[in-house]
Design a protein around this ligand. Sequence first.
Ligand SMILES: [Zn+2]
Length: 131
Amino acid sequence: MSLDQSQLSKLTKNLDRNYNSLLEEVRDELEMPEHQRYIDLIDRGPADTADEAIGDALADINLAIIDRHIREIRDIEAARGRIKDGSFGTCVDCGNEIGFERLQAYPTAKRCYVCQQQREKLYANQRTHTL
Ligand SMILES: [Zn+2]
């Protein structure tokens, strides 16, 4: 790993800060259901099936938001693991350095810019095929 100690501790601090704010957001989301959406759904839904549909819709909304945060939390935990085992900052695809600047912007990055671009292109193609 080519990152020096001060760069590494800076990135570790970024990860910790993101991690804590994500946990806080998840906590808030669990405590505060989206009241406005709930009201909109009541206004739109047919009266006899409304209760069940709203419950399902709310569960879906909350899960989608929380699920995204949980993935980000897992990404941070994985990045911490890579810091421990010394593979942090190395691209998982080509083995080149990811680079400090990219890591500052995306501390959980597993790939260098080039490999990430390639992966996103692949992913975009797959999506258009399934649509
Ligand atoms: Zn790469």
